[in-house]
Design a protein. Structure first.
Lengths: 564, 162
């Protein structure tokens, strides 16, 4: 134990290094300037300067999702902190482990409406797993230790650490705690053995089971265990948007995504199954459709680390609280394969009769075709990030992601502008791997300032903009449910020239407007070592199908607009 | 149905707002809430009365348990418990009604804690039904002000012969 004292800013930086933090995403300002000074003086911690704080949070999310490590953000007080709010809410909904460090006005000024003061803890309280306002320099190390522990254990989630300027400047000894002792926090990791045995018996007896996996499988790194369970038992697997990548997209047992824009056969399988094995998913309304009709035939097993996720929306017959990876490992020891031939051949028939399909006709470029080509040209091995809207659903449907932690999207909050900064974060997490941000012209413009960040670090981040000149998903709803009254969804009149925009930032811009250009120009973009913006000019009024209308049961899905 | 939920929480800055925020953010009711230091100075005990069907109460319990600063959550309504509430009732009292009010106060084993030429202030302790009853009895005289603490409660150790 050293008697030497150091300032709070240095204690914070040293604590981050003790937690194994390699990179911090952020933007300095008056209330965090002292910590930025120490950041420059202390070797070992890389900092990525963003152009807007929202970008920093999505980068940290992309980094966390691609790596499994905690993503770290550093910003100033007031507007620096409030600009982070959307990203923090996004991380809360999708259980992404990030720690957001915000500067705060000096302790004596808190509550005085000081310059750049905001009640950061108050504003972020409902969207954080936990938060700390550190008023005493002696509490920094312990708070950081606890913050990282809470952030990455149990159901992961965002943590805010609010650090007043005077606390950064005052001094204390640095003793980093070895252990945490939080009496109110003790996540259950091991599943109840009796429940696991009951579940195993039920699964072994099932005639028409379905595995329904969600984002928790990715967080728990349980992809291999799920694959082993599915293959041992020959159980078909459907995934939520957040679960994509946790099960290989090209596997013959894979049914694709369920829910509002899921496949006909995934929704039908869930509607018909006798045993539903839900793993690391939370029965979100976009996944279940009309709750009263969801899984009516099925006995439901639900494995989740968060007790509050169980029986929140859907009554569960066999709940198992625990870490998905450990529970599925134990399940694997107890289950005995049954006869699946007739169930699988029924599903194979459905896949044949009701495939994912679109009309690829005329000269125009179909967005689904672009995604199919991206999938083919990268063999499903690229890291994909998406924004929110039609392009996101097409990416989920047509990009056959094969690897865990490689489909990074904003699921719960549905944040347009998530994808590009998330792609930058993913590029820092997995250097050398290409990252494609599938976006739309609407979403891309919500955080395009981060092109500068990608250019500065020469990142292999490819923005694939499916440019239809509309806020496409809203336009689709307006077409189907509001008599084609396109209220404020048209963007094409004032959209920038995305190729010139790329050039203005000093990166390569490519325009693709014909089907035969997709392969050569996409390959050219992938070959380019640095960032590229690809403007795929697609059919303006293409819609995402199948579709379950809001509030309808999944079995009542529309397969094509011409039926509706 | 009404449920009485007892919480043991860290006695820290901001804990109350985390709990109250959870209720308002998720649309749960708080009928009453009372808070004070518990047996250790660094712990607080809260008693929250909420209402909802079994599914909602189950979610409330689970959501409360998710909070890092919450150490223990018990739905007292599922067990035997002692509950008390304190009320201060300021009632209009003229020389002609004063003695009748004092009689009512005595029946409820309540106390007069303040007097003026026009009012009496009564301190009453008991369960919710008793507090409601004394307020009902005093209402005809003219209620000036009422302050109620909300219910506070502990589990009963003595279970009797059952």
């Amino acid at each position: 134990m050293s008697e030497e004292t150091i300032n709070g800013a240095k204690i914070l930086i040293k604590s981050l290094l003790k937690e194994g933090v390699e990179v911090v995403f952020g933007l300095p300002g008056g209330a965090i300037i002292k910590t930025y000074d120490e950041l420059m003086l202390t070797p070992g911690l890389k900092h990525v300067l963003v152009r807007h704080e929202q970008g920093a949070v999505h980068m940290a999310q992309g980094y966390a999702r691609a790596s499994g490590k905690v993503g770290v953000v550093m910003v100033t007080s007031g507007p620096g902190a409030t600009n982070c709010v959307t990203g923090i809410a996004d991380a809360y909904m999708d259980s992404t482990p990030i720690v957001v460090i915000t500067g705060q006005v000096p302790v004596p000024l808190i509550g005085n409406d000081a310059f750049q003061e905001a009640d950061t803890i108050g504003i972020t309280r409902p969207i954080t797993k936990h938060s700390y306002l550190i008023k005493d320099v002696r509490n920094i190390a312990r708070s950081v230790k606890e913050a990282f522990y809470i952030c990455r254990t149990g159901r992961p989630g965002p943590i805010v650490i609010d650090l007043p300027k005077d606390v950064q400047a005052s001094s204390a000894r640095f003793d980093y705690p070895k252990e945490v002792d939080i009496r109110g926090y003790d996540p259950v990791l091991e599943g109840h053995p009796g429940q696991i045995r009951r579940a195993a018996e039920l699964i072994s007896r099932a005639k028409q089971p379905v595995l329904y996996i969600g984002g928790g499988v990715g967080h728990s790194n349980a992809g291999p265990e799920i694959l082993a369970l599915a293959e041992k038992m020959r159980i078909p697997v459907t995934s939520t948007l957040m679960g994509l990548g946790s099960f290989p997209g090209d596997h013959d047992l894979f049914l694709g995504m369920l829910g509002m824009h899921g496949t006909w056969y995934a929704n039908t399988a869930l509607d018909t199954c006798d045993v539903m094995i839900t793993i690391g998913a939370r029965f979100d309304d976009r996944a279940t459709g009309k709750l009263a009709d969801f899984g009516k035939q099925a006995t439901i097993i639900h494995i989740d680390i968060d007790p509050s996720a169980i029986s929140k929306n859907v009554h569960v017959d066999i709940p198992i609280v625990g870490d998905v990876k450990s529970v599925v490992r134990q399940l694997l020891e107890h289950v005995k394969p049954g006869e699946m031939k007739s169930w699988l051949s029924e599903i194979a028939k459905w896949k044949k009769e009701h495939p994912l399909a679109y009309r690829n006709q005329g000269e125009g470029l179909k967005p689904q075709f672009v995604l199919q080509e991206l999938s083919r040209l990268t063999k499903g091995d690229s890291i994909i990030t998406t924004d929110v809207g039609q392009h996101q659903m097409w990416a989920a449907q047509y990009y056959r992601t094969r690897r865990p932690r490689s489909f990074i999207t904003s699921g719960g909050l549905g944040t347009m502008g998530f994808g590009y900064p998330a792609a930058i974060g993913a590029a820092f997490a997995r250097p050398g791997e290409p990252v494609i941000n599938v976006s739309g012209d609407g979403s891309f413009q919500m955080n395009l300032q981060e092109i500068a960040t990608a250019v500065e670090h020469k990142l292999p981040v490819k923005a694939a903009i499916l440019n239809n000149g509309y806020l496409g998903m809203v336009r689709q709803w307006q077409q189907l449910f509001y008599d084609r009254r396109y209220s404020h969804t048209q963007l094409d009149i004032t959209n920038p020239d995305f190729v010139k925009l790329a050039e203005a930032y000093g990166c390569l811009g490519i325009r693709v407007s014909r089907p035969e250009e997709v392969e050569p120009l996409t390959l050219r973009a992938l070959k380019e070592p640095g960032p590229v913006i690809i403007d795929y000019v697609v059919d303006k009024e293409e819609n995402v199908f199948p579709m379950v209308p809001a509030g309808a049961a999944n079995k009542d899905m529309i397969e094509d607009v011409h039926e509706s | 149905m009404k449920h009485t939920i007892s919480l043991l929480v860290e006695n820290k800055f901001g804990v109350l707002s985390r709990i109250v925020g959870l209720f308002s953010g998720r649309g749960y009711n708080i009928d009453s809430i009372s808070v004070g230091p518990a047996e250790d100075a660094d712990l607080s005990r809260m008693t929250i009365v909420s209402s909802g069907d079994d599914r909602i109460i189950e979610q409330i319990m689970k959501q409360l348990n998710r909070l890092v600063d919450v150490i223990k959550v018990v739905d007292l309504s599922r067990e035997s418990f002692v509950e008390r509430e304190l009320a201060l009732i300021k009632v209009a009292a003229s020389p002609s009604t004063r003695s009748e009010i004092v009689q009512i106060t005595n029946i409820f084993r309540a106390k007069v804690v303040d007097i003026s030429t026009r009012t009496l202030t009564v301190e009453a302790t008991g369960n919710e039904a008793k507090i409601n009853a004394i307020i009902g009895m005093l209402r005809p005289f003219g209620l000036k002000e009422i302050a109620r603490t909300g219910k506070t409660a502990l589990t009963r150790e003595y279970r009797g012969r059952t």
